[in-house]
Design a protein around this ligand. Structure first.
Ligand code: ADP
Ligand code: ASP
Ligand code: MG
Length: 467
């Protein structure tokens, strides 16, 4: 088999875990499989880089000093634990130290300029994966495998210049990835590629959005025409809900791409929202597996939709850190083009809309966006829409969450919505917005943030998802 295996941040959290990953790869190679590896940053490193960027922008040199010290220590410790051979250890140690020196220079520059653009932020965020992949690569060499490490830029994943959420230019990417990686696979060597990172056509580093290593995995899998893409994480697969909210949540053995995409888009943090697109287009099955329980076969995501008799709801997801905006005004009634204008303004400002609803009276439109885009969205809408006699008011609820219920069996099954909203009402939770996609595979609603987890628990119980 030809495989892409992607290991998430928790799977490569420290030196011992990296060794565990190397063992999993070794076993797969021993079975005669050709494998390409994609790795995330050590768990938490991307969050830490984000925080440090903010401190650097404020000129907090002391924080940067400490941060560089801690980051170096963490990666040096990982090298010491993951690699036995002295020569290999020294080689990768010097690579890691040089990379961290470069990072320190970048932060110093940001601190002096007091400026952090989306482009420079992507450059900073790329360091997490640039530090983790060489360590994994050398730990493979340490156990006798032939491996080399690359960045997404090196292997030719090319994107648009939408920094922070870049989209791959697939034709060029596929060609370049194939050219650069296929000869290695053919001779049985293992490429270890950074997740999350790509490059514009002009040669500037971009990132594919948070959790983007999953996306890198399927982009590379589609480029190489692999048999399966395996995404290794810290739970047994896609589950009926986040086990951190409902500990008795169950692993779902098989999902269709459509169901899995609805779950991912709606916050099952287990997968990057667009990660399944390249695999679905090529009909490549994706399997979610647990690094800490490798005998479990996890969740298989395939094209075919199977619906078991009586099965209505498969999973319930919670998406946090979102905000609700409400645009209203009596002048909107019967005024054609108001909704188009609202979404055109948001689109122009790169604000991604997660959920929309309009009241039948047409006097208001509500929608949900990511919380970190709230300020930008409100000011753009106020400038474009207020004072023209149509929109009277733009209000927002900053702290909201979306609850999404997914299952192909809901299609055409009457009474699902009644059960959903009945279960939530019984807990005294107020619903601030409702939406059902025309696919009927998904019902979503928004609640205040503090009610999100309780709403998920109520629905999980109502549909007996743990039993
Ligand atoms: P990785 O570091 O492997 O990329 P992530 O943290 O991105 O891992 O995703 C895995 C986590 O996603 C799990 O630990 C789990 O808490 C969370 N999660 C949320 N919803 C789900 C779900 N429905 N099924 C599985 N995991 C989920
Ligand atoms: N390290 C990146 C993040 O934390 C990408 C990933 O882990 O998938 O978002
Ligand atoms: Mg992830």
């Amino acid at each position: 088999m030809k495989l892409v295996m992607k290991f998430g941040g928790s799977s490569v959290g420290d030196g011992d875990r990296i060794k565990r990953v190397a063992k999993i790869v070794h076993e797969q190679v021993n079975q005669g499989d050709k494998v390409a590896i994609i790795a995330s940053a050590l768990v938490g490193v991307t969050d830490d880089l984000l925080k440090a960027s903010d401190e650097a922008k404020r000129g907090n040199i002391e924080y940067i000093h400490d941060f560089i010290h801690q980051t170096k220590k963490r990666h040096v410790d990982a090298v010491s634990k993951a690699i036995k051979n002295q020569l290999l250890k020294e080689e990768v140690m010097s690579f890691v130290k040089n990379t961290i020196e470069e990072l320190e220079k970048v932060f110093t520059g940001i601190a002096y300029l007091g400026e952090l653009t989306p482009k420079s932020l992507d450059y900073v965020l790329s360091f997490g994966e640039r530090l983790s992949t060489p360590i994994l690569c050398y730990s493979l060499r340490d156990i006798g495998l032939e491996a080399d490490h690359f960045s997404g830029k090196d292997v030719g994943i090319v994107t648009d210049a939408n920094y922070g959420e870049a989209r791959p230019l697939m034709s060029l990417t596929k060609y370049q990835v194939r050219q650069r990686l296929e000869p290695m696979l053919d001779k049985g060597a293992i490429p270890v590629v950074t997740g999350y990172i790509a490059v514009t056509q002009e040669g500037f580093i971009t990132t594919l959005g948070r959790g983007g290593s999953d996306y890198s995995a399927t982009i590379i899998g589609a480029s190489l025409g692999v048999d399966e893409v395996w995404i290794w994480t810290d739970v047994d697969g896609m589950m009926t809900t986040d086990p951190k909210i409902v500990p008795s949540a169950k692993t779902i053995p098989e999902l269709s791409f459509q169901e899995a995409i609805e779950m991912a888009v709606f916050g099952a943090k287990g997968l990057h929202p667009r990660a399944l697109e390249p695999a679905m287009e090529e009909g490549i099955p994706v399997r979610i597996r647990n690094t800490f329980n490798p005998t479990n076969l996890g969740t298989l995501i395939v094209n075919k939709q199977k619906i078991k008799a009586g099965e209505v709801v498969k999973a319930v997801s919670l998406i946090k850190s979102v905000s609700l905006i409400n645009v209203s005004g009596a002048g909107m009634v019967g005024a054609p083009g108001t909704a188009a204008k609202v979404f055109e303004v948001l689109g122009r400002n790169n604000v991604n809309v997660l959920m929309i609803s309009q009241s039948a009276s047409e006097a208001n439109i509500s929608f949900i966006i990511k919380r970190n885009q709230l300020g930008k969205a409100i000011s753009a809408l106020e400038i474009a829409m207020l004072g023209q006699g149509i929109v009277r008011e733009i209000t927002s609820e900053e702290r909201a969450s979306i609850v999404a219920i997914v299952g192909a069996g809901m299609k055409g099954t009457p009474g699902v919505a009644t059960r959903v909203f009945g279960a939530v009402a019984k807990k005294g939770i107020n619903i601030v917005m409702i939406s059902q996609g025309s696919s009927e595979v998904n019902i979503s609603f928004a609640v205040r943030e503090e009610d999100g987890e309780d709403a998920v628990r109520a629905i999980h119980e109502e549909f007996g998802l743990d039993g």
